[in-house]
Design a protein around this ligand. Structure first.
Ligand SMILES: Cc1cc2nc3c(=O)[nH]c(=O)nc-3n(C[C@H](O)[C@H](O)[C@H](O)COP(=O)(O)OP(=O)(O)OC[C@H]3O[C@@H](n4cnc5c(N)ncnc54)[C@H](O)[C@@H]3O)c2cc1C
Length: 231
Protein backbone atom coordinates (compact mmCIF):
# COMPACT_ATOMS: atom_id res chain seq x y z
CA UNK A 1 0.00 0.00 0.00
CA UNK A 2 1.24 3.49 -0.79
CA UNK A 3 1.89 5.90 2.06
CA UNK A 4 -1.04 8.29 2.59
CA UNK A 5 0.11 11.91 2.67
CA UNK A 6 -1.62 15.06 3.92
CA UNK A 7 0.12 18.10 2.48
CA UNK A 8 -0.12 21.68 1.34
CA UNK A 9 0.61 21.76 -2.35
CA UNK A 10 1.56 24.72 -4.51
CA UNK A 11 -0.20 25.16 -7.84
CA UNK A 12 2.57 25.40 -10.43
CA UNK A 13 0.59 25.54 -13.68
CA UNK A 14 -3.02 26.00 -14.70
CA UNK A 15 -4.51 26.18 -18.14
CA UNK A 16 -7.88 25.63 -19.74
CA UNK A 17 -8.32 22.74 -22.18
CA UNK A 18 -12.02 23.21 -22.97
CA UNK A 19 -14.82 25.49 -21.82
CA UNK A 20 -15.07 23.50 -18.56
CA UNK A 21 -11.90 21.41 -18.18
CA UNK A 22 -8.68 22.66 -16.58
CA UNK A 23 -5.20 21.11 -16.59
CA UNK A 24 -3.58 21.67 -13.18
CA UNK A 25 -0.06 20.86 -12.02
CA UNK A 26 0.72 20.69 -8.31
CA UNK A 27 3.96 20.27 -6.39
CA UNK A 28 3.86 17.06 -4.32
CA UNK A 29 6.26 15.61 -1.73
CA UNK A 30 9.26 13.78 -3.16
CA UNK A 31 8.10 10.49 -1.61
CA UNK A 32 4.56 10.79 -3.00
CA UNK A 33 3.99 7.50 -4.81
CA UNK A 34 0.69 6.42 -6.36
CA UNK A 35 -0.58 3.37 -8.19
CA UNK A 36 -1.94 4.29 -11.65
CA UNK A 37 -5.72 4.71 -11.31
CA UNK A 38 -5.63 6.17 -7.79
CA UNK A 39 -6.95 9.60 -6.84
CA UNK A 40 -6.04 12.45 -4.50
CA UNK A 41 -8.49 14.21 -2.19
CA UNK A 42 -8.53 18.00 -2.51
CA UNK A 43 -9.75 19.72 0.65
CA UNK A 44 -11.23 22.76 -1.04
CA UNK A 45 -12.93 23.91 2.18
CA UNK A 46 -12.45 22.58 5.72
CA UNK A 47 -15.78 20.79 5.26
CA UNK A 48 -15.43 19.74 1.59
CA UNK A 49 -12.97 17.23 0.15
CA UNK A 50 -13.38 16.06 -3.45
CA UNK A 51 -11.63 13.23 -5.30
CA UNK A 52 -9.46 13.81 -8.41
CA UNK A 53 -7.86 10.98 -10.36
CA UNK A 54 -4.12 11.39 -10.74
CA UNK A 55 -3.10 11.79 -14.38
CA UNK A 56 0.61 11.54 -13.60
CA UNK A 57 3.31 12.28 -11.05
CA UNK A 58 6.66 13.16 -12.52
CA UNK A 59 9.57 14.91 -10.80
CA UNK A 60 7.33 15.72 -7.80
CA UNK A 61 4.69 17.32 -10.03
CA UNK A 62 1.16 15.90 -9.99
CA UNK A 63 -1.14 16.57 -12.94
CA UNK A 64 -4.93 16.64 -12.57
CA UNK A 65 -7.79 17.28 -14.97
CA UNK A 66 -10.68 19.09 -13.35
CA UNK A 67 -14.11 19.58 -14.89
CA UNK A 68 -15.80 22.63 -13.36
CA UNK A 69 -19.15 22.05 -15.05
CA UNK A 70 -20.86 20.65 -11.91
CA UNK A 71 -20.36 24.15 -10.32
CA UNK A 72 -20.34 22.81 -6.77
CA UNK A 73 -17.84 24.00 -4.16
CA UNK A 74 -14.80 22.26 -5.69
CA UNK A 75 -15.61 23.43 -9.22
CA UNK A 76 -15.81 27.04 -8.09
CA UNK A 77 -12.59 26.62 -6.09
CA UNK A 78 -10.62 25.21 -9.04
CA UNK A 79 -12.03 27.79 -11.43
CA UNK A 80 -10.67 30.57 -9.22
CA UNK A 81 -7.43 29.10 -7.82
CA UNK A 82 -4.29 30.83 -9.09
CA UNK A 83 -0.72 29.65 -9.73
CA UNK A 84 1.32 30.10 -6.53
CA UNK A 85 -1.61 29.35 -4.20
CA UNK A 86 -1.61 26.27 -1.94
CA UNK A 87 -4.23 23.53 -1.79
CA UNK A 88 -4.49 20.84 0.88
CA UNK A 89 -4.31 17.36 -0.66
CA UNK A 90 -4.75 13.94 0.94
CA UNK A 91 -3.85 10.61 -0.57
CA UNK A 92 -3.28 8.76 -2.74
CA UNK A 93 -6.43 6.68 -2.31
CA UNK A 94 -8.39 4.13 -4.30
CA UNK A 95 -8.28 0.60 -5.64
CA UNK A 96 -9.22 1.27 -9.28
CA UNK A 97 -6.35 -0.22 -11.26
CA UNK A 98 -5.56 -2.50 -14.18
CA UNK A 99 -5.75 -6.21 -13.34
CA UNK A 100 -2.42 -8.03 -13.41
CA UNK A 101 -3.30 -10.29 -16.36
CA UNK A 102 -2.36 -10.60 -20.02
CA UNK A 103 -6.01 -10.28 -21.16
CA UNK A 104 -6.85 -7.49 -23.61
CA UNK A 105 -7.91 -4.36 -21.77
CA UNK A 106 -10.54 -1.92 -23.01
CA UNK A 107 -10.80 1.50 -21.36
CA UNK A 108 -13.97 3.56 -21.80
CA UNK A 109 -14.45 7.12 -20.58
CA UNK A 110 -16.08 10.47 -21.18
CA UNK A 111 -14.84 13.90 -20.05
CA UNK A 112 -12.34 13.89 -17.20
CA UNK A 113 -13.11 10.17 -16.76
CA UNK A 114 -10.09 9.76 -19.04
CA UNK A 115 -7.79 10.90 -16.17
CA UNK A 116 -7.12 7.54 -14.44
CA UNK A 117 -6.72 5.85 -17.83
CA UNK A 118 -3.90 8.19 -18.79
CA UNK A 119 -1.80 6.92 -15.88
CA UNK A 120 -2.97 3.31 -16.23
CA UNK A 121 -2.39 3.04 -20.00
CA UNK A 122 0.96 4.83 -19.98
CA UNK A 123 2.07 2.45 -17.23
CA UNK A 124 0.78 -0.62 -19.10
CA UNK A 125 2.66 0.42 -22.23
CA UNK A 126 5.86 0.11 -20.20
CA UNK A 127 5.05 -2.83 -17.94
CA UNK A 128 2.99 -4.98 -20.37
CA UNK A 129 3.65 -3.72 -23.90
CA UNK A 130 2.27 -6.93 -25.45
CA UNK A 131 -1.17 -6.66 -23.86
CA UNK A 132 -3.68 -5.31 -26.41
CA UNK A 133 -5.12 -2.02 -25.17
CA UNK A 134 -8.10 -0.09 -26.54
CA UNK A 135 -9.04 3.35 -25.32
CA UNK A 136 -12.53 4.56 -26.26
CA UNK A 137 -13.00 8.24 -25.44
CA UNK A 138 -16.51 9.66 -25.76
CA UNK A 139 -16.61 13.31 -26.81
CA UNK A 140 -19.20 15.60 -28.37
CA UNK A 141 -16.81 17.22 -30.88
CA UNK A 142 -13.07 17.08 -31.54
CA UNK A 143 -12.73 20.32 -29.54
CA UNK A 144 -13.19 18.08 -26.49
CA UNK A 145 -10.33 15.76 -27.51
CA UNK A 146 -8.06 16.65 -24.59
CA UNK A 147 -6.26 13.36 -24.08
CA UNK A 148 -4.14 12.49 -27.12
CA UNK A 149 -1.16 14.67 -26.05
CA UNK A 150 -0.87 12.54 -22.90
CA UNK A 151 -0.34 9.42 -25.02
CA UNK A 152 2.19 10.78 -27.50
CA UNK A 153 4.88 8.35 -26.30
CA UNK A 154 2.65 5.29 -26.08
CA UNK A 155 0.70 4.95 -29.33
CA UNK A 156 2.28 1.64 -30.32
CA UNK A 157 0.82 -1.11 -32.45
CA UNK A 158 -0.87 -2.83 -29.47
CA UNK A 159 -2.72 0.34 -28.53
CA UNK A 160 -5.79 1.48 -30.47
CA UNK A 161 -7.16 4.89 -29.59
CA UNK A 162 -10.78 5.44 -30.58
CA UNK A 163 -12.57 8.77 -30.36
CA UNK A 164 -16.33 8.29 -30.26
CA UNK A 165 -17.72 11.58 -31.53
CA UNK A 166 -21.43 12.12 -30.93
CA UNK A 167 -22.18 15.62 -32.24
CA UNK A 168 -19.90 16.38 -35.18
CA UNK A 169 -19.73 15.18 -38.76
CA UNK A 170 -16.58 13.04 -38.74
CA UNK A 171 -16.29 12.61 -42.51
CA UNK A 172 -13.23 14.80 -43.12
CA UNK A 173 -11.44 14.47 -39.79
CA UNK A 174 -7.77 13.49 -39.95
CA UNK A 175 -6.34 10.80 -37.66
CA UNK A 176 -2.87 10.08 -36.35
CA UNK A 177 -1.24 6.62 -36.07
CA UNK A 178 -3.36 4.06 -34.20
CA UNK A 179 -6.20 6.54 -33.81
CA UNK A 180 -9.69 5.90 -35.14
CA UNK A 181 -12.60 8.30 -35.15
CA UNK A 182 -16.09 6.80 -34.99
CA UNK A 183 -19.48 8.50 -35.06
CA UNK A 184 -21.71 7.97 -32.04
CA UNK A 185 -21.59 7.59 -28.29
CA UNK A 186 -19.34 4.99 -26.63
CA UNK A 187 -22.42 2.86 -25.96
CA UNK A 188 -23.19 2.80 -29.70
CA UNK A 189 -19.63 2.39 -31.02
CA UNK A 190 -18.22 -0.35 -28.77
CA UNK A 191 -20.77 -3.08 -29.68
CA UNK A 192 -19.60 -2.79 -33.32
CA UNK A 193 -16.15 -4.10 -32.29
CA UNK A 194 -15.52 -7.79 -32.45
CA UNK A 195 -14.18 -8.31 -28.93
CA UNK A 196 -13.97 -11.70 -27.27
CA UNK A 197 -16.38 -10.27 -24.71
CA UNK A 198 -15.75 -12.90 -22.01
CA UNK A 199 -11.97 -12.86 -22.29
CA UNK A 200 -11.54 -9.11 -22.28
CA UNK A 201 -11.38 -6.71 -19.33
CA UNK A 202 -13.46 -3.55 -19.54
CA UNK A 203 -12.70 -0.48 -17.44
CA UNK A 204 -15.22 2.36 -17.37
CA UNK A 205 -14.85 5.81 -15.81
CA UNK A 206 -16.97 8.95 -15.94
CA UNK A 207 -20.38 10.20 -14.87
CA UNK A 208 -22.64 7.64 -13.15
CA UNK A 209 -25.21 7.51 -15.96
CA UNK A 210 -22.68 6.70 -18.67
CA UNK A 211 -20.93 4.15 -16.46
CA UNK A 212 -24.19 2.33 -15.67
CA UNK A 213 -25.45 2.42 -19.25
CA UNK A 214 -22.12 1.21 -20.64
CA UNK A 215 -21.89 -1.61 -18.07
CA UNK A 216 -25.38 -2.78 -19.04
CA UNK A 217 -24.49 -2.76 -22.74
CA UNK A 218 -21.33 -4.78 -22.06
CA UNK A 219 -23.16 -7.30 -19.86
CA UNK A 220 -25.76 -7.80 -22.59
CA UNK A 221 -22.90 -8.67 -24.96
CA UNK A 222 -21.57 -11.30 -22.53
CA UNK A 223 -18.78 -9.34 -20.82
CA UNK A 224 -18.26 -10.16 -17.16
CA UNK A 225 -14.90 -8.57 -16.35
CA UNK A 226 -16.16 -5.02 -15.90
CA UNK A 227 -14.45 -2.59 -13.50
CA UNK A 228 -15.87 0.86 -12.90
CA UNK A 229 -15.09 4.20 -11.26
CA UNK A 230 -18.12 6.49 -11.01
CA UNK A 231 -17.52 10.24 -10.66
C1 LIG B 1 -12.84 8.46 -7.36
C2 LIG B 1 -13.24 9.77 -8.01
C3 LIG B 1 -12.35 10.40 -8.87
C4 LIG B 1 -12.70 11.59 -9.47
N1 LIG B 1 -11.83 12.18 -10.33
C5 LIG B 1 -12.18 13.31 -10.96
C6 LIG B 1 -11.28 13.92 -11.90
O1 LIG B 1 -10.17 13.43 -12.17
N2 LIG B 1 -11.68 15.06 -12.51
C7 LIG B 1 -12.91 15.65 -12.25
O2 LIG B 1 -13.21 16.69 -12.84
N3 LIG B 1 -13.77 15.09 -11.36
C8 LIG B 1 -13.42 13.96 -10.71
N4 LIG B 1 -14.28 13.41 -9.79
C9 LIG B 1 -15.48 14.17 -9.42
C10 LIG B 1 -15.09 15.18 -8.32
O3 LIG B 1 -14.71 14.50 -7.13
C11 LIG B 1 -16.23 16.12 -7.91
O4 LIG B 1 -17.38 15.38 -7.63
C12 LIG B 1 -16.54 17.13 -9.00
O5 LIG B 1 -15.39 17.92 -9.26
C13 LIG B 1 -17.68 18.04 -8.56
O6 LIG B 1 -17.35 18.63 -7.33
P1 LIG B 1 -18.12 19.96 -6.87
O7 LIG B 1 -17.78 20.18 -5.42
O8 LIG B 1 -17.88 21.06 -7.84
O9 LIG B 1 -19.63 19.57 -7.03
P2 LIG B 1 -20.53 18.72 -6.03
O10 LIG B 1 -20.98 19.59 -4.90
O11 LIG B 1 -19.81 17.47 -5.66
O12 LIG B 1 -21.70 18.36 -7.01
C14 LIG B 1 -22.53 19.38 -7.58
C15 LIG B 1 -23.55 18.72 -8.48
O13 LIG B 1 -22.94 18.23 -9.69
C16 LIG B 1 -23.12 16.82 -9.86
N5 LIG B 1 -21.86 16.32 -10.42
C17 LIG B 1 -20.75 15.92 -9.74
N6 LIG B 1 -19.77 15.54 -10.60
C18 LIG B 1 -20.26 15.72 -11.84
C19 LIG B 1 -19.74 15.55 -13.14
N7 LIG B 1 -18.49 15.08 -13.35
N8 LIG B 1 -20.51 15.86 -14.21
C20 LIG B 1 -21.76 16.33 -14.04
N9 LIG B 1 -22.34 16.53 -12.82
C21 LIG B 1 -21.60 16.22 -11.74
C22 LIG B 1 -23.41 16.31 -8.48
O14 LIG B 1 -24.20 15.13 -8.56
C23 LIG B 1 -24.18 17.48 -7.85
O15 LIG B 1 -25.53 17.44 -8.23
C24 LIG B 1 -13.97 12.20 -9.20
C25 LIG B 1 -14.86 11.55 -8.33
C26 LIG B 1 -14.51 10.36 -7.76
C27 LIG B 1 -15.49 9.69 -6.84
Amino acid sequence: MNKIHNFQSELLKKFQLTEHIYHLEYKVPQDFIFTPGQFAGARVLPTHTRAYSIVSVKDSVMTLLVDVKPQGKASIYFEKVQVGENTNFLGPYGIFKARDTMLPKVFISTGTGIAPFISIINDLQKSKPHVPVYNFFGIKTMEHEIAIPFFKDSLNSNFRYVDCVSRQDITNLATIDNQEIKAGRVTQVIPSYNFDWVNTEFYICGGPEMVTEMSNVLKSLGADKIFVEKY
